[in-house]
Design a protein around this ligand. Sequence first.
Ligand code: AP5
Length: 217
Amino acid sequence: MRLVFFGPPGSGKGTQAIRLAQKTGLPHISLGDMLRLEISQQTEIGKQIKSFMDAGKLVPDSITIELTKARIQQPDCKNGFIIDGFPRSLAQADAFDRMLKDLKIDIDHVVYFQIPVDLVIERLCGRVSCPKCGAVFHLKYNPPKKAGVCDRCSSELAQRTDDNETSIRTRFEVYEDQTKPLLERYKNSGQLATLDAGQLIDDVFKDLLKLVGYGGN
Ligand code: AP5
């Protein structure tokens, strides 16, 4: 099964992708996590993209396209994957189509996380995540068992540097201008599957399993 998770910042794509990956064994490919890793490892790419990410802008297509292309050809993606955060622009969608054609594979569903904006802002303001293993928590809706400590790897939790008011506003503008127009393309292709992402985490997950044909449990 090959899935693309699509939706505004904070709609819960990462949270649900991690759960679905645990349930199905499919790899979770998060472009945001891959880019943050480049920054934390201070690679050449990391140095080029930090200012884009902190400001909430898209990093250059040349970087995201190459990273995605290399990642989906790894052996663990042979039987499928969950891509979260790509494509986010027309140029990326075109490049993605070419990639899929070259590799002779298809996407089963583009899952659209539909959610009102006010809910998303509350979610982003309360998010804390683990810089080491990528686990995501929310201070109110999904708190860690011990305050400030990751349930999975016991590292110290942190707020993302782009979860501040200015950057959140820019990320929404970028989503509206560059990413949301892709909805029409995927609707027309018959691949779009819409999820009510405004529900509780467990309820979104139940709907997601049904939507991708993985039972209702
Ligand atoms: P990325 O890391 O992908 O950020 P994003 O798209 O802004 O998405 P988020 O991670 O903010 O939200 P999410 O939908 O995953 O929500 P989450 O599950 O965490 O990208 C960051 C940056 O990288 C971009 O701004 C850009 O610079 C760059 N980038 C990435 N991809 C790129 C690309 N293709 N091209 C160019 N640049 C790219 O949930 C949010 C919070 O809500 C959490 O606290 C969670 O616990 C909580 N929560 C989740 N679900 C629920 C629920 N149902 N009820 C209550 N709380 C919930």
